[in-house]
Design a protein around this ligand. Structure first.
Ligand SMILES: Nc1ncnc2c1ncn2[C@@H]1O[C@H](COP(=O)(O)OP(=O)(O)OP(=O)(O)O)[C@@H](O)[C@H]1O
Ligand SMILES: [Mg+2]
Length: 445
């Protein structure tokens, strides 16, 4: 059993193939040999019987000249035919095998016999005698030898051709499997660039294609993980360094512990905490574990609440804020707290990129089975690359901008994760000659 487990797939398949071919050949050979032997035996004995019966009939006419049974038996003794002689009732009176004398043959056997009526009026039957194991003539033996030889040759040819074809097929079968095994091993060692050739459209071809797809996704995931780790450590290092320098300055008496200085350090700590919270949200979203408590949410009410909190700041900055909720809009199905988070993220961005005198518009409209909310602001339109990447983690359109002048580049990624967790869609577009627009849909409640 252990040996069987250690054998390669190719060896096992090949061994079973040879076994099947050999068994089929031997069985075929035996069956055909037996059938030919029996048929030949039947043919030879039938021919002999017919010949003998003809001869008997011919001899009976000559034997009928005998006067008594003694005379008949005496004549037969010198005959090469050596038949079995029975009386009318089938009782054997003479036979080449003395054991048969005295036995009674069946009526069926008697019917193939030849009746001889002697001059004295008595009737006797002559039956052909068949020895139990007929000795074959050299001609018959020669015929059977030829048949056996041909059978062996046919069996051997079938076995060799079968094994040859099987070997080629096996090579075709195990070649791709071996290549896959080597490639999988390389992937396991971190070489994600591995691809195997897809040569067929059968199961092996599909397996190879699936392997290639898996290697590509693994490579993408690995790249994303590395970038994420670099980004996270970079983003955390900056505020932590500020906090460390501030604290060391306070300890060494270089910075005075004034409320402003302490508050600057405190702000950096808050920033770090927010960043860690944001990352936690994204990790939960990745694991499909974002807690969503769905209920019917009235967007008009929700936006009115948000306006109360951000309205005064926008007014201070000289930005106009417009809310347009279509009449008769249905409530959406979602988690009010999470939807508010999405809107606050979009509005924080809009506020940051709108200059004094500009405007921010929030619109809600029904689109089939969903409700679409858009947050648009006057300002610079987004470039094609920005439109494509704004939802990526840590993406900031202006790379020179740091946390001091903006966020960490996670707000839109979180908004996207939240919208998608609700079964909705979020995207960015430009309103020509006006500015960017961020739209998201949510299912109707
Ligand atoms: N309304 C907007 N106008 C112009 N650019 C925008 C706007 N909203 C987002 N962006 C661009 O998209 C980038 C990503 O936005 P995102 O909200 O994800 O990050 P952030 O605002 O920089 O940081 P965070 O939201 O984590 O505080 C921004 O850095 C900015 O370059
Ligand atoms: Mg943001």
């Amino acid at each position: 059993m252990n040996l069987l487990r250690r054998l390669s797939f190719r060896t096992k398949l090949f061994a079973s193939l040879i076994l099947v071919i050999l068994l089929t050949t031997i069985l075929g050979y035996t069956l055909i040999h037996l059938a030919v032997d029996q048929a030949f035996h039947r043919f030879v004995s039938a021919r002999a019987r017919i010949q003998k019966e003809d001869l008997f009939r011919f001899a009976a006419r000559y034997l009928a000249e005998a006067n008594t049974e003694q005379e008949l038996l005496r004549i037969l003794k010198h005959e090469p035919l050596s038949p079995i002689v029975t009386d009318k009732a089938g009782k054997v009176v003479a036979a080449p095998d003395p054991n048969l004398i005295g036995r009674v043959v069946s009526g069926k056997e008697l019917s193939v016999g030849v009746k001889v009526t002697l001059r004295n009026g008595t009737s006797w039957f002559l039956l052909p005698f068949r020895p139990p194991n007929p000795v074959r003539s050299p001609l018959e033996r020669g015929f059977l030898r030829t048949v056996t030889g041909s059978l062996w040759l046919a069996g051997l040819t079938v076995a060799i051709v079968g094994i040859g074809i099987g070997f080629l097929l096996l090579r075709q079968l195990t070649g791709p499997i071996n290549r896959l095994a080597v490639a999988a091993h390389s992937v396991a060692n971190g070489e994600f660039k591995q691809q195997v050739p897809v040569e067929t459209t059968d199961e092996l071809g599909r397996l190879a294609a699936a392997f290639n797809d898996m290697a590509v996704s693994l490579e993408r995931a690995e790249r994303a993980k590395r970038r994420m780790i670099t980004d996270v450590s970079h983003e955390l290092r900056t505020p932590l360094n500020v906090v460390r320098n501030g604290l060391e300055g306070l300890r060494d008496g270089i910075i005075a512990p004034t409320p402003e200085n302490l508050s600057a350090i405190h702000n950096k700590v808050l920033l770090t905490v927010r960043l860690v919270d944001d990352l936690h949200q994204l990790a939960l979203a990745d694991a499909d574990q974002l807690m969503i408590h769905p209920a019917a949410v009235d967007l008009r009410e929700l936006i009115a609440g948000i306006e109360k909190t951000i309205g005064p700041e926008l007014e201070d900055r000289g930005i106009d804020f417009y809310i347009e909720v279509a009449a008769g809009i249905s409530p959406v199905r979602g988690d009010a707290y999470r939807i508010e988070q999405v809107l606050l993220n979009l509005l924080a961005n809009a506020t940051r990129y709108t200059k004094a005198g500009g405007a921010i518009r929030v619109k809600v409209r029904q689109t089939g089975d969903t409700v679409e909310t858009s947050v648009c602001n006057s300002g610079h339109e987004l470039s094609a690359a920005e439109l494509e990447h704004v939802f990526d983690r840590f993406y900031r359109a202006d790379p020179s901008r740091t946390q001091a002048s903006g966020g960490s580049g996670l707000g839109l990624a979180i908004a996207k994760a939240l919208v998608e967790a609700h079964g909705g869609r979020i995207w960015a577009e430009n309103i020509p000659h006006n500015g960017p627009c961020f739209r998201f849909t949510l299912p109707r409640g």
